[in-house]
Design a protein around this ligand. Structure first.
Ligand SMILES: [Zn+2]
Ligand SMILES: [Zn+2]
Length: 203
């Protein structure tokens, strides 16, 4: 399926469309509008989602870039650094609470946060590596926690269905979870909104 691009940012894939105006908008255009519920910046009517599928280039079209990406200097050093730190903490303080907190939680959150910056940048078409900066890691550090929350929510829904014994519903729910999770992660990475990332209508 051909991708639809933003009328005002011709290189950026469109995320929303206005039926009334017949105009497609990218996420940036909607941000400029300064509202959480997307409205057409031209006529101010409610805009319709084009689906996150339009924003994401199919992965098989950029397989080469996917494997080349982590071999660039910044991501490579970042992952090496995290690995070395993880091993060090494990050997020095692996059995203490502080060691567990730093080794398991902090490193994971830092890694996820960087992964989100990378996702957001690559989704916008930038394939050169993101420099690992304090700013990239520290701003909007709540993103990984939103991700934890979404995973927990999915787990909780499936677990309660499993406990209730509704096998049919459980399979349906597990199927939907697997289907929607990648889209949910992309929406979270691009829009940073927990509500959008758990709203099946927007995905
Ligand atoms: Zn735009
Ligand atoms: Zn409009």
């Amino acid at each position: 399926m051909a991708r639809i691009f933003c009328k005002y940012h011709p290189t950026v894939p469109a995320r929303w469309t206005c039926r009334a105006c017949g105009i497609d908008f990218c996420h940036r255009c909607m941000q400029a509008e300064g509202s959480d519920t997307p409205h057409c910046p031209v006529c101010h009517q409610a805009a319709e989602s084009l689906g996150s599928g339009n924003v994401i280039e199919p992965f098989w079209q950029r397989l080469q870039a996917i494997f080349a990406y982590p071999l660039q200097l910044h991501p490579l050093l970042f992952m090496l650094g995290l690995t070395v730190l993880g091993v060090l903490i494990e050997s020095v303080a692996g059995r203490t609470l502080v060691g567990w907190l730093v080794g398991e939680i902090v490193l994971y959150v830092v890694f996820l946060k960087y992964a989100y910056v990378v996702l957001e940048r690559t989704a916008a078409g930038h394939l050169e590596a993101v420099p690992v900066t304090w700013e990239a890691i520290a701003t909007e550090l709540e993103l990984p926690f939103k991700q934890f929350f979404i995973l927990f929510l999915i787990y909780a829904i499936n677990a309660s269905l499993a406990n209730s014994g509704h096998t049919g519903l459980l399979f349906l729910s597990m199927f939907l979870s697997a289907l929607l999770l990648p889209a949910s992660i992309m929406v979270l990475a691009i829009e940073h909104s927990l509500l959008s990332a758990i709203n099946p209508v927007i995905l």
